[in-house]
Design a protein around this ligand. Sequence first.
Ligand SMILES: *Cc1c(COP(=O)(O)O)cnc(C)c1O
Length: 372
Amino acid sequence: MSDEKKVPYVDLPAHYAGMRQEILDILDRMHAQGRFILRGEVAEFETAMGGYLGVPHVVGVNSGTDALFLALHALGVGPGDEVITVAHTFVATVAAIVHHGATPVLIDIGADHNLDPARLEAAITPRTKAVIPVHMNGRMCDMAAILAIARRHGLKVVEDTAQGLGAKRDGRMAGTVGDIGCFSLHPMKNLSVGGDGGFITTRDPALDATLRCLRNHGQRSKDDLACFGFNSRLDNIHAAVALAKLPHLPRWLERRRALASRYSEALAGVGDLCLSARPRPETDGPYDVFSSYVITSGVRDALVAHLRASGIEIFIHWQVPLHRQPGLRLGGCSLPNTEALSRNVFSLPVQPELSDQDQSVVIDAVRAFFRK
Ligand SMILES: *Cc1c(COP(=O)(O)O)cnc(C)c1O
């Protein structure tokens, strides 16, 4: 086994190899010219990303986590407010709520592993201020249904699009339909920089102005302080790298979809596997971008152990849902779908650098497990 080739979940060295000279040139130019903090590259990236997403305002920040934090801050979320979201998400979604002194109200997911709009209305109280749908695994939530309910109740909508950059549904891009969209440029995401990074989108010029102040110590300009803010800026080097990578994003997403398509074909009917919905043509369904290729199986733990022993890196999000983490003290709610998923969910490598041969290794290993 040790002489077998490993199949990584995300192959960051291979990803770098494809961009190496361009990134080295950026690092050299930024250091040689001392261009580090809020120089032209940040604005250039914001304009280019706005063009890609079709949204007028993009604010570069230092992480998806701070994007969520600043979004709730700009919307005035505070003590006494309730914010509805899911437990099937990365902890940062809920942390942004808790760090404002507000109460997270966690509701269950639907068959798409995203916030179930059918459960949203029952969770709304007079204290509810906002809802945070999370576009998990590169699949956009049913935003039409969520927005209709939110508008009826006067709720703000913040889209956690950390995993959903490039996803579409009903002709709209994830992160551009609510009041604010929050994105991550973390190395594990579909568009990544050499460290932490993120950005925020909005169609509202007033929110844009507020977010720009908040990310930069509350400064409207050097001697004009609008409020107490934070140091949440997107570094210039990261902005330049994201700008260089952005033109490649559509091709990378198509590669993810092609890999996902092949998994769905090759693994259909194998064992008890329940596969991600196949990517469908944009015109007749959602455009999923497969930040993860998610499978569920009743024998998850044995199957994952077998795949890992075969040298295949597997990711599980997540084995303990947030409301079952004792340290977070979110207990009390019962979320049957979320809890069931945590027992049988796992993800296969689906990154754009995965070769056809390595994908065959993964497929063969899954099939071999169920032949035993
Ligand atoms: C990664 C992620 C975040 C946080 O993004 P960072 O850039 O790592 O801070 C938030 N929400 C979800 C759903 C994520 O997957």
